[in-house]
Design a protein around this ligand. Structure first.
Ligand SMILES: Cc1ncc(COP(=O)(O)O)c(C=O)c1O
Length: 498
């Protein structure tokens, strides 16, 4: 690039105008992503030069007509990634991200200068992250009642096993997980979920996220397509996106994932579904849709990833058996976790694989992660084998059922039948539907300031213009008697948005 082709650096006073010109209030993209993108591109392209002072967060929020918290969050994100530096009491300045190389046009084309501290994939992973920073309190979705975990039983099993710990349990792991745990998991899944497997098909991982990471690494190459339910689980989207896969959003109807005829003409490498309790809408995949997807997967050699993350908690009808049990062609990879039935920090989960994939997954697990936690797995194996797991699930099902009813009552008390409740008969959360004009992101931020945690439904959508509006309300983290007062606080904020 010749010096004359370099962009003209902006003066500080012109910055709000620079942002305003590009900021589109009608855009389907959330405010924080838009603002982040505008500032990040400006800095990357040196339109916003090093040492330029960014406007105070309050002033920029007012100029754009958005929440100040949104601006604070974007500045924090940019600071985290090294684009800006903040000095206490001094304001926020564009960081010195390194001199741009001035390349003579006559020379061979040079690769584009890389001033970002992160890779493109890295900055996408961070800027599009879905994980919330708050993971406790009414109405955090996706988190169980961890205060009722039977810690005394766990402690007892733990001490007993440590008395006889073997070197084999304390060195690096060498296989697919604790043999006793694989056996107990296989028996549990056969008995309760209709999964057809032997213990040898079970591979223990440290969370569904790790299971998905292994699938992305071992069964797909960058550029391969993965079908994702839309709306769907952001965690899967992030792992597959970071793995360089092409993310294809597929709409969900009342029967589950519903690919269009055009989508069916381009088979993906992987499809990710939550048939027993679609996340986050709660839809139960119908029998006919299950058979259609399995037939398609067998004919097109697609791997079907079945995320069965919380089917233990169903308050009306019994859950349908897992998709894996219907599969006659070995295309389904079943994913389960202990995060919802016990507690998320347990970080133990499992994959049930077609037999000829097990060796590769076990090998990659120890190669990429040098897995361990063998004692932790052994304690959990005893916990299952002695029946404590089944007892705990039974107990928690009754607790969640009562909380679910209390939340439904609170919703009915404040809004009658005016706001629809979606997917409320299973799992640890429900979705309170909202009219299309409501900015559910802004509402969730506002509710957070009032002390109530919720997540906006539109966050779970990839196709933003079609995004349904609503709030995910979890009841795992709030005692039954606290549900009504917490919902009253939320209702007060919510009314201002209707
Ligand atoms: C849809 C879905 N699947 C799986 C998980 C569990 O993930 P992990 O086992 O990594 O805790 C979650 C947790 O939030 C989830 O929402």
């Amino acid at each position: 690039m010749s010096p004359s082709a370099l962009p003209k650096p902006l003066q500080a006073a012109a910055l709000p105008d620079f942002v305003l010109r590009q900021f589109d209030r009608a855009s389907a993209q959330p405010d924080h992503r838009q603002l982040y993108g505008i500032l990040q591109r400006g800095i990357r392209d040196a339109v916003l030069p090093a040492s330029l002072k960014l406007p105070p967060t309050r002033a920029l929020a007012e100029a754009l007509g958005i929440a100040r918290n949104t601006v604070i969050h974007v500045y924090e994100q940019l600071a985290l990634e090294g684009y800006v530096q903040a000095g206490v009491g001094r304001g926020t300045f564009v960081a010195k991200v390194g001199p741009r190389l001035v390349v003579d046009r006559s020379s061979a084309p040079a690769p584009a200068p890389r001033s970002d501290p992160l890779s493109r994939r890295g900055s996408r992973t961070v800027s599009e992250a879905g994980a919330a920073r708050i993971q406790w309190g009414a109405f955090t979705p996706g988190v169980p009642e961890v205060r009722m975990f039977p810690a005394q039983i766990w402690n007892r099993l733990h001490s007993r096993l440590w008395r006889d710990a073997t070197p084999g349990q304390l060195t690096y792991a060498t296989g697919a997980g604790d043999a006793g745990l694989r056996e107990s998991v296989a028996a549990y899944l056969q008995g309760t979920r209709g999964v057809i497997c032997t213990p040898e098909q079970v591979v223990i991982t440290s969370g569904t996220q790790q299971s998905l990471y292994l699938v992305a690494q071992l069964l797909a190459d960058p550029g391969d397509a993965v079908w994702l339910e839309d709306p769907g689980y952001w965690g899967a989207r992030s792992v597959f996106g970071a793995g360089g896969l092409k993310l294809v959003p597929v709409a969900v109807d009342s029967e589950g994932m519903a690919p269009t005829p055009e989508q069916l003409r381009e088979p993906p490498r992987l499809m990710f579904v939550s048939p027993s309790h679609q996340y986050p809408t709660g839809a139960l995949m119908s029998h006919s849709r299950r058979h259609q997807l399995l037939e398609y997967a067998a004919a097109q050699r697609v791997w079907v990833l079945e995320d069965d993350y919380d089917s233990e908690f169903r308050y009306g009808a019994r859950p349908l058996p897992a998709l894996q049990g219907l599969d006659r062609h070995g295309r389904v990879i079943y994913l389960g976790t202990f995060s919802k039935t016990l507690f998320p920090a347990m970080r133990l989960a499992y994959l049930v694989l077609p037999p000829d994939l097990v060796e590769a997954f076990a090998r990659a697990l120890i190669e990429l992660f040098r897995e361990g936690q063998t004692m932790h797995q052994a304690v959990l194996a005893r916990f299952l084998a002695e029946g404590h797991y089944a007892t705990h699930i039974r107990r928690m099902r009754a607790v969640y059922s009562a909380r679910h009813d209390a939340l439904m009552q609170a919703i009915a008390h404040h809004f009658g039948g005016h706001l629809p409740v979606i997917g409320g008969d299973a799992g640890l959360h429900l979705v309170l539907g909202l009219p299309a004009h409501v900015d559910d992101h802004a509402l969730a931020q506002h509710a957070q300031r009032a002390g109530v945690t919720t997540r906006p439904l539109s966050l779970y959508h990839m196709c933003r213009p079609a995004a349904g509006k609503g709030l995910l309300l979890g009841y795992g983290t709030v005692r039954e008697e606290e549900i009504a007062p917490s919902f009253t606080k939320l209702a007060k904020v919510l009314r201002g948005y209707l």
